[in-house]
Write a protein that binds this ligand. Structure first.
Ligand code: NDP
Length: 309
């Protein structure tokens, strides 16, 4: 019998308890699940950022911490977390992100706001360009970036992708590393950010890189707030270098009431809802990782602590 601690915000437990129990049972794993187990008896921790669990050192026999979130920036630097850490790659989360990204890119591409907000009796017959004339760059070619890039490519956008190591992704022209960034961004008409928040990715969109984009480019950020230098973004929006920014994530969340993004006419703020872990599909990933560890196999989606993601 394994002891599995569920350490997440309080409202997660009623949603996850039954699903997790069923997913573990389906893999033949006998487990005692709880939100308050004696630390020295815990074999696995299912984790999402919360205010209660900060010190992992009492969990002396814990074999892995299994994250429910894709982003691990809140936990990856925790020095007491010495056991293997897995992040969440969940088919439901990926599907949600693909829908959010394609929806927001299509809104900007088709210039829908002009008609949705412009019913003022003026007939404006401008026809937007075809997708094939609007190059998109996706920063981050991981689970989410690659899926979103491929969905946009399937709609006809020429898509470039950028990552740390060179990735081969069908339908996408890929670039890697600091040297590949300018090539990936030059003349992009849409940029989608799906990078993790690490010291290396901070302010990846700054005055210099924003200047590489096509005049009036659209920026869509469902990645993390620190990926964008906010002062440079506001200046680029004011000058028209960036035509519109759709931002889901921010340095401070919730975005403070007086923040200039709220009032800017060329910014759409969404409240960190681009996608989320879906309980019913994510429990299968958690159960699979418990089963793998018990069988002596490596974890799926293990975080590389040195890289920070
Ligand atoms: P992955 O770890 O699968 O992919 C990350 C990608 O970023 C990889 O391609 C990686 O390169 C690349 N990368 C990392 N560091 C660098 C760097 N220094 N230079 C260039 N490329 C880099 O993550 P996911 O796709 O699953 O998730 C991406 C992010 O999306 C999460 O970290 C999270 O912040 C955000 N997110 C936001 C949500 C929302 O609702 N707004 C929901 C879920 C996630 P390589 O391929 O070489 O490793």
């Amino acid at each position: 019998m394994l002891n599995i601690l569920f350490a997440a915000p309080e409202d997660y437990w009623p949603v996850y308890e039954g699903l997790l129990r069923d997913a573990l049972a389906a893999k033949g794993i006998k487990a005692k699940l709880g939100t308050d187990l004696p630390p020295e008896e815990v074999d696995y921790i299912v984790y999402a950022p919360n205010d209660r669990l900060k010190d992992f050192s009492p969990f002396v026999r814990c074999r892995a911490v299994l994250g429910l979130w894709a982003g691990v920036e809140k936990i990856v630097g925790n020095k007491t977390l010495t056991m293997p850490l897995a992040r969440m790659v969940d088919p439901g989360l990926t599907e949600g992100m693909r829908e959010w990204v394609t929806g927001h890119v299509m809104r900007l591409h088709l210039e829908m706001d002009r008609h949705i907000f412009g019913q003022d009796g003026v007939w404006r017959p401008e026809v937007p360009p075809l997708a094939r004339h609007r190059p998109v760059t996706v920063l981050g070619m991981g689970a989410l970036g690659a899926a979103c890039g491929q969905a946009l490519a399937a709609l006809g956008f020429p898509v470039r992708g950028w990552s740390r190591s060179l990735r081969k992704v069908e339908g996408i022209e890929t670039f890697a590393g600091p040297d590949g960034l300018a090539e990936a961004l030059r003349d992009a008409a849409v940029v989608v950010l799906l990078l993790p928040d690490t010291p290396e990715t901070t302010n990846v969109l700054n005055a210099e890189t924003l200047a590489l984009l096509r005049k009036g480019a659209f920026v869509v950020n469902p990645g993390r707030g620190p990926l964008i230098d906010d002062d440079a973004m506001l200046a680029a929006l004011d000058s028209g270098q960036v035509g519109h920014a759709t931002l889901d994530v921010f340095r401070t969340e919730p975005l403070p009431v007086g923040h200039p993004y709220w009032a800017h006419p060329s910014v759409t703020v969404t409240p960190h809802i681009a996608s989320t872990t879906r309980p019913s599909s994510s429990v299968t990933v958690i159960a699979e990782n418990v089963a793998r560890t018990e069988a002596g196999l490596p974890l799926l989606h293990e975080v590389d602590r040195a890289r920070g993601y």
